[in-house]
Ligand binder design. Structure first.
Ligand SMILES: *[C@@H]1O[C@H](CO)[C@@H](O)[C@H](O)[C@H]1NC(C)=O
Ligand SMILES: *[C@@H]1O[C@H](CO)[C@@H](O)[C@H](O)[C@H]1NC(C)=O
Ligand SMILES: *[C@@H]1O[C@H](CO)[C@@H](O)[C@H](O)[C@H]1NC(C)=O
Ligand SMILES: *[C@@H]1O[C@H](CO)[C@@H](O)[C@H](O)[C@H]1NC(C)=O
Ligand SMILES: *[C@@H]1O[C@H](CO)[C@@H](O)[C@H](O)[C@H]1NC(C)=O
Ligand SMILES: *[C@@H]1O[C@H](CO)[C@@H](O)[C@H](O)[C@H]1NC(C)=O
Length: 455
């Protein structure tokens, strides 16, 4: 994965002295002491002025999508939906090492990254650094998500500049920043998910492509403004959105019937000429272009087997140069263990190839989404068992609505799926050289009794 990434874009710390200055210092013996003192001062200043590099490697990406809600068929989610902002401390009994230890379970599968969806948006204005600190401690990168629902419920006419600027600035004060830098666990900020979905909303006239593109471009603009106003350095943090693999034309019509990568072309076109998305950026055009060149990576979500995805994207990747791309959701719909395992292995191999722009994958998803039910039942790596392992803390939404839910154990034998597909977690772990840990002590599961709950 040749990258427009942080490892290359992070400012190098200044050396304490240049070559010629060192030579002069060494021959002017009388000045050695003075030079040393000066050098120490420069070194100290340059240290405090440059971002600390994250201890986590940037790639290859081996991630798990994490949106685990404590919803089962027989609990309180029918009456009240918990907040989807799972980074909040109320969820610590799910992800924390002293609770169900989901982050530890993710690490043990062989992952190095956790991908989220609703991290900046409608969650409570409470501390979020606990999740980031725990991820860092486990050796996991974090890809926080800016909530897509903002585009439909807070942005004006898909202009998300003010909304995204506000949620990111709030995020900085809640732990997404450490001093003047992003938290060192943060790898990439995802500006919404499957924004092409906005074309299906009544607010989008005629399903026009500018709706999706304006939402993401204005979100990017708002995020850059938030960094600037809060004085937060970009560091290694990349920016992306994840398009669906649905077939669309790009906004400029250059890419026709392009599954997923219509969005890669959308962004090229809209950064070059924002008017195509009916948008006027606040960030000066050259700064927007520079941030895009340096930090943007291409993302898409798929349910399709890897070979098909790789074939169609790699064949058509020419216009996108050496910019990295990744799969933000690998759904592996209806795939047997053997296929999941071989796909995951093939992806890991390509992600290791530094002459290919493929960065890697995040698997969809950690836990079965019982609260959605229906076809979503096909995607979890883990279901929930009957054994209660904890209670959540008080979990809140921005509107002040709070609640507590029981936390059930993780079940890695998905008996609602055919036997050849029932052990998705094990298939992923095998491909990544990891193992399945932290599961229920007994095999009583609730999955069979699930009824569909419409959100
Ligand atoms: C990617 O390509 C651009 C221009 O096409 C170039 O400036 C940049 O150095 C390249 N980056 C890498 C990591 O190869
Ligand atoms: C969304 O909009 C409402 C009212 O317009 C506002 O009160 C709320 O703070 C906004 N939320 C976010 C996350 O922007
Ligand atoms: C993709 O297409 C399917 C089938 O038409 C549709 O149900 C789904 O909502 C679409 N996804 C997006 C993100 O628009
Ligand atoms: C690495 O990737 C490049 C670019 O896609 C490809 O040409 C090459 O065959 C790959 N190398 C291996 C060993 O797969
Ligand atoms: C398994 O857990 C359920 C729910 O806690 C309990 O009712 C059952 O007795 C347990 N079975 C065994 C064999 O421990
Ligand atoms: C998974 O559950 C099914 C149905 O209860 C059972 O037949 C199978 O042996 C279980 N598999 C494992 C690995 O425990």
């Amino acid at each position: 994965m040749a990258v427009a990434d942080g490892e290359t874009s992070t400012e190098q710390p200044q050396k304490w002295c240049g070559y010629s200055r060192c030579v002069i210092a060494s021959i002017m013996a009388a000045l050695v002491l003075v030079a040393a003192v000066v050098a120490i001062i420069i070194a100290a200043n340059s240290h405090s002025a440059s971002p600390g590099p994250s201890p986590l490697p940037f790639g290859p990406l081996r991630g798990i999508a994490y949106a685990a809600l404590p919803c089962t068929a027989d609990n309180a989610c029918k009456q009240q939906m918990p907040s989807q902002d799972v980074m909040q401390l109320g969820y610590k009994t799910q992800w924390g090492a002293t609770g169900r230890n989901d982050l530890g379970v993710i690490k043990n599968l062989g992952a190095n990254t956790v991908r989220l969806y609703n991290s900046l948006g409608f969650g409570p204005a409470t501390d979020h650094s606990g999740f980031l600190d725990e991820a860092l401690k486990q050796g996991l990168n974090v890809m926080p998500g800016i909530d897509s629902d903002l585009a439909l419920h807070n942005c004006t006419n898909f202009d998300c500049y003010e909304t995204v600027k506000a949620v990111v600035k709030t995020g900085f004060s809640l732990g997404f920043a450490k001093g003047k830098d992003w938290h060192p666990a943060i790898h990439t900020v995802l500006i919404m998910n499957e924004a092409d979905f906005f074309g299906r909303d009544a607010k989008c006239p005629g399903g026009a492509p500018w709706c999706r593109v304006k939402a993401v471009l204005s979100g990017l603009d708002g995020l850059l403004a938030a960094e600037k106003e809060a004085g937060i350095r970009p560091g290694r943090v990349n920016l992306a959105t994840t398009w669906s693999f649905n077939i669309s034309d790009s906004i400029d019509g250059k890419c026709k019937q392009c599954p997923g990568y219509f969005g890669f072309q959308d962004m090229l076109a809209a950064v070059a000429d924002p008017s195509i998305a009916k948008y006027v950026p606040h960030t000066p055009a050259k700064d927007l272009a520079a941030a895009f060149d340096k930090r943007w990576i291409n993302g898409l979500n798929v349910q399709t087997p890897w070979e098909i995805v790789h074939d169609v994207v790699s064949k058509n990747y020419g216009p996108f140069g050496n910019r990295s791309w990744f799969i933000g959701e690998f759904g592996a719909l209806n795939q047997p263990h053997t296929a999941i395992q071989s796909d995951m292995k093939a992806m890991a191999e390509l992600a290791h190839n530094s002459s290919d722009p493929f960065l890697g994958v995040t698997v969809f998803q950690f836990q079965t989404a019982y609260q959605i039910g229906g076809s979503e039942m096909a995607f979890g790596l883990f279901g929930l068992g009957k054994e209660k392992v904890a209670d959540t803390g008080n979990m809140c939404k921005q509107n002040g609505e709070c609640g507590k839910w029981p936390v059930y154990c993780l079940n890695a034998n998905l008996t609602h799926l055919p036997a050849s597909q029932a052990e998705r977690a094990a298939a992923v772990a095998k491909a990544w050289g990891g193992k399945v840990t932290g599961t229920c002590r007994n095999s009583t599961v609730i999955a069979e009794t699930v009824t569909e709950i419409v959100l």
